[in-house]
Write a protein that binds this ligand. Sequence first.
Ligand code: ADP
Ligand code: MG
Length: 453
Amino acid sequence: MNNFEKLKLSPNMLQNLKDMNFVEMTEIQEQSLPHSLEGLDIIAQAKTGSGKTLAFGIPLLQNINVKSFLIQALILCPTRELSDQVATQIRKIARFQHNLKILTLSGGVPMRPQIKSLEHGAHVIVGTPGRIQDHLGKQTLNLKNVKTLVLDEADRMLDMGFYDVINHILESVSKKRQTLLFSATYEENIKTLSKNITINPKFITIKQEQDKKLVSEIFYKVQRDQKFEELLKLLRYYKPLSIIMFCNTKIAVQEVTNLLQDAGFSALDLHGDLDQIDRTETLIQFANRSCAILIATDVAARGLDIKEVDMVMNYDLPRDIASYTHRIGRTARAGKSGLAISLVDKNHLQKIEDYKDNPDIREIEKINPDKNIKLLAPMKTLCINGGKKDKLRAGDILGVFCVAIGLLKEDIGKIDLLDRYTYVSIKKEAFQKAIKGLQNTKIKKRSFKVWSL
Ligand code: ADP
Ligand code: MG
């Protein structure tokens, strides 16, 4: 691996990467950045978790002139969660850059506030194709000055039927631009799309072999009518701290979640029927360790960067190898090791061959689970009805908890500040003290409503 200092980056950018503990480049970064920083178009094939966001975020930011209040970069992502995640990560790598405005435009929320924000100007737009097209139709978005266009998880966008929408959007984007296209697969439709939208692109492929070793993939034979009991055995045997479990349908997701909750496990579901706030709160609770098991459909979990999942479980085998690769990519992120376990119907063992050569197939009867163990989360989430727009900062909240209420710093976990709400994860043992304390304490001389999620 290589060091970021080899690249032609501004001193601010370098220092900030260092502050964020990004020292070594990942392979996709190492192979693409030297070319993308020269302004070349890139078509890169790399799987989830390989560090693509930095690979496009860095060149995109180096091209922006903050003094000009024109939209200079457009990032298209398949889902709104992914857009939010990309925006958050880009804000972090750009935090030295004052006055840089990054705006997300994705569906599921009203257009009016987005239009208001657009009127105030933005440098970078991150969004989903559908909503971007809606804005273009209303003429509330001008992409004539875009210098960098990014398609993140392009294969997923095409899977979701965005081919025509993307081509339509591109008619409104400046032709004098750099295009960076990232995709986990490189099938015919991606080839056609990339040919149409790039000029003399540099092709980059990251072979999966190196990463693959880090994920141990195990297949367990299960009996269809006892699948849930067998799942419990596996969970009680492996005792993962944090796990994402995939089912093929929303209904299965809900069923398994209910069964796990009834068995006393800490579990939450993530699927397309939930409204925006529920999805956000679920993801926050999973990431801040207030939930041990996240049960999701493929679409809902697509592209999400969730750190430190030590196990991925395929409760249902996915329908194709691309989904399988995406799913198991949720563990062993950024070079860590992980475990991917798939439950396979005893009568359909031949299916495994589609997913893996020389698969490691095991029998559940041979494992020896801890009978009464439940997977529980160490933390609990406290919610405050004030956020960034109320000028709250993580420091203020930490201060109140540690100084006025008398919690220990170790009792407090992740603090997520949204515009109007703040979510604080607190060790379960300290939770009562925290919530009682905050109900009787002001933050920055103001009283806020406080409740537990
Ligand atoms: P992808 O988009 O390819 O799925 P991300 O860009 O979301 O991957 O990165 C996955 C994780 O790896 C993120 O948590 C990110 O912060 C981390 N990461 C990315 N680049 C580096 C790096 N050079 N060094 C350490 N961690 C990194
Ligand atoms: Mg990504």
